[in-house]
Every structure is written in C-alpha cells, then in structure tokens.
Design a protein around this ligand. Structure first.
Ligand SMILES: NC(=O)c1ccc[n+]([C@@H]2O[C@H](COP(=O)([O-])OP(=O)(O)OC[C@H]3O[C@@H](n4cnc5c(N)ncnc54)[C@H](O)[C@@H]3O)[C@@H](O)[C@H]2O)c1
Ligand SMILES: [Fe+2]
Length: 411
C-alpha cells in the first residue's frame, strides 16, 4: 500500500472498496451472458470421450500439459494414445510443478511453438490447468505474463483450451482464472479473463481414485472454500447461490466418503461435479479473504493451495459471521446440520464448528507450522491488496485486524 493510501482512514478506504467490488456484481451478470461455458463430459470414462471430441475438432497437433507424477502414475498415456489413435499428434510437456511459475509456462510455450501445436490440453490438477491456460494465452499474445495478471488483460483469444482435471478442487476446468507464481518475489497472482474458460472439460472421477489422502483433503477443501466464499460474497446472484449450495451439499456428503475410501468411485465422481459447480459459483461471485491469505501462504511457504485455504477458512468465517449469519445458517442447513428450532446465529456457529471438525478428521492442522511472525505484516498487506480490489467480502478488515487474524495461525 502506498503511503498516501495508508494515511486515509480505513472507513473511507472501505467505502471505496465496497463501491469498487460492488460494481463487480454487474461484471458477474455480464460474464453470465458472455461466458461460453465449456462443453462438459461427466462420468466414468469421460476423459476418453473428451479426447474423441477434441479429435473431431480437426486439430492436427495438440500440446498436452501435465506433470511428471501423472505420467508416472499412467494417467496420461491412455489419453495420449486415444488422441493419437484418432489422428491427433500429441506433444507432452510434463514439467508442471505445483503452483506453476512464469518460467514453466514459458518453457511449455517454447515446446508448443517448436511443434506447431494449435490447441492445449491440460491433464492434471489446478497447476497443470492454469499453466495450460497461460500457455494458450501467451501463444496468441505478446504481453508478458505479469502484465496479464488482474482483470481482462488477455487481449487476443487464446488457443483453444481443453481440461481434464485429476483433482476435485480448483474448478479451473470451468473458471475464468489462472493463477501464476513468482517464487523469487514471493508473489502469486490471478489472471482473470472470460477468454480463459476452456472449450471442453471432462469430469472423470476414475482419474482421481489414486489421489492420496492429503491431496484429496486439500483439494476438496479448496472446492468447499470456493463455494462458501462465493455464497457469502456481497455480489452473490441467484445463479451463483444455486451452484454454491449444490456444491456445499455434495462436498459435505461425499468428501468424508472419499477420505474414508479413496476408491469410492461414485463419491469421487460427485466430488468432481461439486468442484465444477463451485467453480461456476466462483466465476460469478468471486472469492474472499480466505483466498487472499491462502495465496500469500502459498507464495511465501509453498503451502499447497487447498491446504492453506482449509487452515484459513474457519478464522475468516468467525470474523465475517457478524455480517453474513443468515448465509452461514443456510450453508449449515444444506450441510444437514439443522435439527430444527435453531436460530441463524446457532446455525452459523454450527457451520463453522463443522468446518473445524472436518479439518481435524482429515488431519489438517489448526495453524500453519511454516508461518513466521516476521512475515505476517507483508502477508496481511498482500492479502488485503488482493481481496480489496478483487472480492466483495461481507465484512471488511484493516491491516491490524488482518495481522491479528493471521497471528492466530502461528503454531
Ligand atoms: N484457476 C483457478 O480458478 C484456480 C482456483 C483455485 C486454485 N488454483 C490453483 O491451482 C493450483 C493447485 O491445484 P491442485 O490443488 O489441483 O493441485 P496440483 O495441480 O498442484 O497437484 C498437486 C499434486 O497432486 C498430484 N496429483 C494430481 N492429480 C493426481 C491424481 N489423480 N493422483 C495422484 N496424484 C495427483 C500432482 O502430481 C501434484 O504433485 C494452485 O496453483 C492454485 O493457486 C486455480
Ligand atoms: Fe482455490
């Protein structure tokens, strides 16, 4: 924050942020009209159907963006083989690392250019999907990646983007966003543009059967956070509410089941659908402080994105509840927590307590062991900068309050 802004009393700043993010409601409504949602293939084997459909688009060469682990696990090969069998030449870039940085995106772009690929297929979690989106945008835009961060900076339509998520979490398969990191500067920022919405996405729970417990918990809690933050956002609209409530209800039922038994194919499929619906809610109503803080935990300590969200979520809900009790109460109802006769205040508390209990059941700690007290002012400042300019949070906080909130996560 520059020194001039620092001298403006926070209530005045808050009025400005409220006005700015309040206007995003209209952006959400416009996006609702102009976003061409991806063609969705859902169910066991949907990933192969997407390959067939991609082959039908008359695209001779495709860059498949993934990570080395997914190649090793044998998830990539059947998809590559299916495309090749349908006459599509596939070049595999498997250099994606969690929280992809600009360098990885640029390396993948060079591979795409060397092989003359005309489309990008992501196979992986949010990291592979976001990297693929950035590569597709860079292929048609000379703009450096950092100049594309923020809203609507992707000038020319990217190459066609196809997504096969292998985690049920980020919603990147439907979202207008792609998150990019710069480890050297401890920055992690979103590129947000409706042109980044994929052409097609496959929701294939079978690809997720081998996702380890920690990854399942983190990604599931990421999806939950998308739905919750979209639902309590001031700019929520009926469509985002519908998607968010559907997602929360499915996650509360099926995330414990996949944590109990990772091979539960039906629940994996339902989680995949829930993450997609949560992504649709997030597209329309945005996110909030949880993501602002979690992105900065990721930028400083490389905390897995969903893990960071899960740690932060109850603290932000506890702070926010004074201004969104009815909404939290509704989330408690769709989570099956209402017995009858409780007040909204009791239900809001029950929802937050349930989130804490889920974390405990899944082995997610209350605090972040990497968090250093010295880093808190910088983390709070970056989190507030992201949230105040991008998200319509229900209850605002200033720098001191945010620092105190983050300090609760010191262990
Ligand atoms: N674009 C968006 O809208 C959006 C939204 C939220 C988060 N994100 C970003 O997405 C990234 C996180 O994505 P993520 O949480 O999906 O994790 P990830 O893509 O970073 O993957 C995490 C690990 O899980 C492994 N993995 C993935 N699928 C697997 C499977 N089926 N079986 C076994 N291992 C598997 C990967 O190899 C990797 O090692 C972050 O950079 C985050 O900021 C983007
Ligand atoms: Fe997220």
């Amino acid at each position: 924050m520059n020194s001039l802004a620092r001298r403006i009393p926070f209530p005045l700043q808050e009025r400005f942020y409220r006005g700015l993010t309040g206007s995003l409601k209209y952006v959400g409504r416009v996006l609702q009209l102009i976003i061409r949602p991806p063609e969705i293939f859902a169910g066991p084997g949907a990933s192969l159907l997407l390959c067939d459909a991609l082959a039908g688009t008359n695209t001779p060469r495709v860059l498949l963006v993934t990570d080395a682990m997914l190649v090793k696990l044998g998830i990539v090969e059947p998809l590559r083989a299916r495309l090749e069998a349908r006459g599509v030449a596939v070049t595999v870039y498997d250099g994606v690392l969690p929280d992809p940085g600009v360098e990885q995106c640029e390396a993948a772009l060079r591979v795409l250019q060397e092989h003359g690929c005309e489309a990008v297929l992501a196979v992986g979690g949010g990291s592979a999907m976001d990297c693929a989106k950035i590569v597709a945008a860079r292929a048609t835009n000379d703009t450096p990646v950092w100049e594309m961060t923020g809203f609507f900076k992707v000038k020319h339509a990217p190459l066609p983007i196809y997504c096969i998520p292998t985690t049920a979490g980020t919603g990147s398969e439907v979202s207008v966003g792609a998150v990019v990191s710069d480890p050297a500067q401890q920055k992690k920022l979103p590129v947000i543009d409706h042109k980044l919405v994929p052409r097609m996405a496959a929701l294939d729970g079978r690809l997720m059967l081998g996702l380890p417990r920690a990854g399942t918990a983190a990604t599931g809690m990421d999806a939950l956070t998308h739905a919750v933050e979209a639902y309590i956002a001031r700019i929520a609209i009926p469509e985002s509410d519908q998607y968010a409530l559907e997602a929360v209800s499915l996650i509360m039922r099926h995330l414990p089941r996949v944590m109990e038994n990772g091979k539960d194919e039906d629940s994996r499929q339902m989680m995949s659908w829930a993450a997609y619906r949560a992504g649709m809610a997030m597209n329309r109503a945005g996110l909030g402080y949880v993501h602002g803080i979690a992105h900065n935990f990721g930028a400083h300590y490389h905390t897995p994105h969903g893990w960071a969200n899960a740690i932060v979520l109850p603290y932000v809900l506890e702070y926010s509840k004074a201004d969104c009790r009815e909404r939290l109460a509704e989330l408690a109802r769709v989570s099956g927590l209402a017995k009858g006769g409780e007040s909204d205040a009791q239900l809001a508390d029950a929802f937050i307590a349930h989130v804490r209990q889920l974390k405990a059941d899944f082995g997610i700690p209350e605090g972040l062991k990497d968090l250093r007290a010295d880093d808190i002012p910088a983390i709070a400042e970056a989190a507030l900068a992201e949230a105040h300019l991008s998200y319509a949070v229900p209850r605002y906080m200033d720098q001191k309050t945010c620092e105190a909130l983050i300090r609760q996560m010191l262990v």
